[in-house]
Design a protein around this ligand. Structure first.
Ligand code: KG4
Ligand code: ZN
Length: 336
């Protein structure tokens, strides 16, 4: 089955073609980061307008690169939520209209299901069950995954998401938006032992997280020290955040009796997190699976892949009615 996937939930337009037999055929991405950088964060109206400009050229690009005709498509998947309503409507409207014109099914995909299944776009995918650590700009969750759509929430952040904490800390250190990659680069040049920052909820005995106190501790430190020691502060922040993520993820695996851990979402690109997790998981007999680096952050490939799984059992031709879901709980999805 040949599926076109469209991602437009935030500040990246991603389009990809996934074939259930041949695998990923092509993917293309346009990032709006430079446009939003001037404003210190995503401006929803600008994001929507830019998705409109990009989505058709990117679709033409992946079709041309893979040598597939539009008529060869068996289905279209689009991000239905969660995300920015106007941005989601661009992908949803385009996907539904195209599917209607081709008389093929369209399916709305949960953005986090896309992230969570993205490590399965691989020649050596993890088998079910696994524990998934979802660490993006908007979410931090630990899920027990028994199969596609069979998700049990083990714990989540009570306030800021991990990526949000990286972004806000980066802002305090005078780095641009989104700050995660820049903060991680700066931290590599710093001494993590120079300052000690709190590890919120490290010993709370559950799988929930809290990152807002850590950000406040950075603010206090920056006020006291100024920005001369920015690299040391970045390193101290990163090691504190990673300590909590690693400890809770491994505890969730042990608690669930599962020996596979999947890491997905933008913060999954963090080198320090990857090194620590891989080393400490191996010591406990747990294997860690990551998406390809380019599929950690938002992309169309994960939507095409998740859509192909869902279309395999749900192949109704679509009409033109649709709704996006800016708020949508992952644990409420239907099992397959
Ligand atoms: O998954 P994603 O692309 O978007 C959402 O669905 O939110 O994640 C974006 C988040 C941003 O907060 C960004 O700063 C963070 O992922 N991020 C990183 C790194 N690369 C991206 N955080 C830490 N280290 C990185 N290398
Ligand atoms: Zn995302």
């Amino acid at each position: 089955m040949l599926v076109l996937g469209i991602e437009s939930s935030c500040d990246e337009t991603g389009v990809a073609l996934y074939d259930s037999v041949r695998g990923l055929l092509a993917h293309a991405l346009y990032s709006q980061i430079a446009m939003h950088n001037d404003y210190g964060g995503v401006v929803p109206e600008l994001a929507s307008r830019d998705h409109i400009r990009r989505v058709l050229p990117l679709t033409r690009q992946v079709l041309a690169e893979s040598g597939c005709a539009l008529e060869a498509l068996d289905g279209i998947a689009y991000t239905q939520g969660p995300g920015l309503a106007g941005a989601l409507l661009v992908g949803a409207g385009m996907a539904r209209a195209l599917a209607f014109s081709l008389d093929i099914p369209a399916v709305g995909v949960h953005h986090l299901e896309g992230h969570m299944l993205s490590p399965l776009i691989s020649d050596t995918p993890p088998e079910f069950p696994f524990v998934a650590l979802l660490v993006s700009g908007g979410h931090t969750q630990l899920m027990l995954v028994l199969g596609v759509g069979r998700y049990t929430l083990l714990g989540e952040t009570l306030d800021d998401a991990a990526g949000e904490a990286f972004d806000k800390t980066a802002q305090l250190l005078g780095l641009g938006y989104p700050g995660g990659p820049a903060l991680s680069k700066l931290a590599a040049a710093g001494d993590a032992s120079r300052f000690t920052l709190p590890r919120p909820m490290l010993n709370s005995g559950d799988f929930d997280f809290s990152f807002s106190g850590l950000k406040t501790a950075v603010l206090t430190l920056v006020r006291k020290q100024g920005l001369d020691q920015a690299a040391d502060i970045a390193a101290a922040f990163q090691v504190a955040a990673v300590d909590v993520l690693v400890s809770k993820s491994l505890a969730a695996c042990v608690h669930s009796g599962v020996t596979r851990l999947v890491v997905a979402g933008g913060v999954g690109a963090n080198t320090h997190l990857r090194e620590r997790l891989t080393r400490e998981a191996a010591a406990r007999g747990i294997s860690v699976f990551y998406p390809r680096l380019e599929f950690c952050t938002d992309n169309g490939a994960m939507i095409a892949y998740a859509g192909a799984q869902r279309l395999a059992t749900h192949r109704k031709t679509s009409d033109l009615t649709f709704a996006v879901k800016p708020r949508w709980e992952l644990a409420t999805l239907d099992a397959m």
